[in-house]
Ligand binder design. Structure first.
Ligand SMILES: [Zn+2]
Ligand SMILES: [Zn+2]
Length: 178
């Protein structure tokens, strides 16, 4: 759905969309696992500055790889958003002042906003820094690479001081003149 300045100049635009998985291209590490539902309102805050405010909420389930075991992990995203978009040219003039720190600000090019681009951004900003399939995930074995949630490979943990003892040997071999 394209939200054009032309429409916003007449009246606020209400949106309610159901975006099927596959329509929005996120990036290689996350995929949309369910339909994305979003609804809200877009309005022109300032006609002269071209500031567009988008308020709404969305819910979707995303799939990402667990940081510990690299299996797929399900991430439910359910949040409201309140964003202000300004024309990209305004940002270059350096005279933009944002009073409301709570509101996130983005920029748009041309004569309006593609709603899917906004939703993509909101989803990506909502993803946790660390993705885990479950808090109890045991991760991969650093020795054999086995997923320890599925099998107990029985590897002994690596001694922690291994690299330091190697370094010590290297030093003694390499510095006979001292
Ligand atoms: Zn995991
Ligand atoms: Zn192992």
């Amino acid at each position: 759905m394209y939200i054009s300045l032309q429409h916003l100049e007449v009246k606020p635009v209400r949106f309610k969309v159901e975006v099927p998985a596959g329509e929005i291209d996120y990036d290689v590490s996350v995929t949309q696992a369910s339909q994305l539902n979003a609804e809200g309102t877009a309005q022109l805050l300032s006609r002269s500055l071209g500031e567009i405010r988008l308020e709404g909420k969305l819910d979707v389930t995303m799939d990402a790889l667990c940081d510990r075991c690299l299996e797929s992990a399900s991430i439910p995203v359910n949040r409201s958003f309140d964003l202000v978009y300004m024309p990209a040219e305004e940002s270059r003039s350096g005279e933009v002042e944002i009073d409301q720190a709570a509101i996130e600000v983005g920029f748009y090019e041309g004569s309006g906003l593609e709603l899917n681009d906004v939703l993509r951004e909101v989803v990506l900003l909502s993803l946790p820094m660390q993705v885990v399939c479950s808090e109890a995930c045991k991760g991969m074995c650093p020795s054999c690479g086995e997923n320890r949630n599925l099998h107990d490979c029985g590897c002994q943990p690596q001694p922690l001081d291994d690299r330091w003892s190697k370094l010590k040997n290297f030093r003694t071999e390499d510095s006979p003149r001292n």
